[in-house]
Design a protein around this ligand. Sequence first.
Ligand code: SF4
Length: 367
Amino acid sequence: MPDALTTSEANHAVLVETEIQAVNEDVNEVHPLTISLCTWYAKCRRDLPWRKTRDPYPIWLSEVILQQTRVDQGLAYWERFLEEFPRVEDLARADSERVMKLWQGLGYYSRARNVHKAAQAVAAAGGRFPSCASELCDLPGVGPYTAAAVASICYNEPVAAVDGNVIRVVSRLLDLELPVDRAPGRGAIEGLAQAMVDRNDPGTSNQAMMELGAMVCSPKAPKCSDCPVASGCLAAARGTALERPVKHTRTRVENVHFTFALHLHPSGDQVWMERRPAGGIWGELWSLPFTETPDEPQKNGLEAKSWGPFKHELSHRRITASCHLSEQGVEGASGRWVDFEDVGEYALHRLMERMWEQIGPEIAGKR
Ligand code: SF4
């Protein structure tokens, strides 16, 4: 069901529709803003290794790694993955724990699980990626954005790749008052983004748009005086760039407390670790066992030693964690005793890594 529009939103939607129709009249015509954009991109683009190939495997990998991740951080991961798994079949055959270990530190671990599953699906199809956006969307973890990026860059399909950067740029070009997280606003964004795709070279125009969002039209400090599309930007003309994009829903961040338990083996040189169940928080990563409480961490009076608090933020949760030495027994098929010096070899979630940096040397020093 489409969201109901207020009168002013409906009027604005009509205006936007008219503007998009005007630029859409001749689909073979390259949009004038796209010409300026691609000229700028040819001169100013960053020299990134995945831009030197049209092989879908490294390009898909770069697109997945760079979701929610800065280029300078993601580059090293991309290189490590390709060094260890030069072909998609190598990644498909990899042990899932090894894939998680290589992904460690990037966060959003469902991406790693999906990368592995998608590689297995491609390998099962003879190592060939689907060659159009709609079929690429059938791969695990591949949404419309990633599919459009791969299809346009590798197979020249004229389909707009609309990520957060592109939403911001286009909402500013249109000075869009409609919320971009509701259907009418999203439709307006996709309409202009699609009209701005260069049908002769869609991969380049898509990458140019994304590069503009990353390097010039930034969320808090757009460099309008250096922008190649400033002449067609309504928000720049009206001084409303920082108010765009408009969002209907704000991300709600919940405060939670995690209480971790440090169980030591009677030998004094091993710690009990558990592999988190797939599908939940930190799925398939290794951790000290923990419980979640809505309020302050519970203490049961048995703790001989505590560490923390450790603060950690996820996209929707602000975690305060503490760790307590526990003398209660442990069991469970998902857990095992691990030598102190081997803990770092496991695929750990980032909070566990940070806690272990403090706790590990302390307990190892007391042996
Ligand atoms: S002129 Fe400014 S607000 Fe408009 S697209 Fe360029 S950088 Fe963004």
